[in-house]
Design a protein around this ligand. Structure first.
Ligand code: GRF
Length: 196
């Protein structure tokens, strides 16, 4: 089966990118990272990608007049690389409606809570403050409404009595590294079935 070319979009350390890189070293893994894009020049994930001979592009959102123009550049770069799927992995920009429509059902994201609970940028802290006993992580399709697309896969994480935001985030992150490759495999196998 032909591997599905993916673009991974990051803004920071890129530990989820690292998990996808490791998974894709298995020859039977259905995805191949063709490109890593960051909107931050100093994103740790860029170095990780380069160490693994994966092409990287830095696109500085500050150089664009508005979100639509930045997103058009993103679309151009992703299309030129031949990627069929966009994986958001700690990408800290909201994508425009046009971008999401353009890549309809071809963008996935990882979020550190059991969606639909605790959407938004403070998911770990919000879960802790609410007092839920179980949180976790979710990989989902991206639609216009933030953190709301169809759920692909999830892993639950128990919240412990003495958890802090940091300790809980660290345990959730460990599960993210299992979840993202697993969900990606599922999505890519679905795409492969459609095109075969
Ligand atoms: C993760 O917690 C992920 O759930 C969230 O952003 C963080 C990215 O971490 N969307 P990393 O850059 O993959 O290490």
């Amino acid at each position: 089966m032909k591997k599905i070319k993916i673009a991974v979009l990051i803004s920071g350390r890129g530990s989820n990118l690292g998990a996808i890189i490791e998974a894709s070293k298995d020859t039977s893994f259905p995805a191949e990272i063709a490109l890593v894009i960051s909107n931050k020049k100093d994103a740790g994930g860029l170095i990780l990608a380069q160490e693994n001979q994966i092409p990287t592009v830095f696109i500085d959102h500050k150089l664009f007049d508005n979100r639509a123009q930045f997103d058009q550049e993103l679309t151009k770069v992703i299309s030129d690389s031949g990627c069929e799927l966009v994986c958001l992995a700690g990408f800290m920009r909201i994508l425009s409606a046009d971008f999401i429509r353009n890549w309809n059902n071809k963008i996935i994201n990882i979020h550190p809570s059991l969606l639909p609970s605790f959407k938004g940028g403070n998911a770990v802290e919000d879960a802790l403050n609410y007092g839920v006993k179980i949180s976790g992580c979710t990989v989902h399709y991206v639609i216009e409404e933030v953190d709301s697309g169809e759920i692909i896969d999830q892993i639950a994480v128990e919240i412990l009595e003495n958890d802090t935001k940091e300790s809980l985030a660290a345990r959730i992150l460990e599960k993210e590294h299992i979840l993202y490759p697993r969900a990606l495999k599922k999505v890519c196998e679905k795409i492969q079935t459609k095109i075969s």
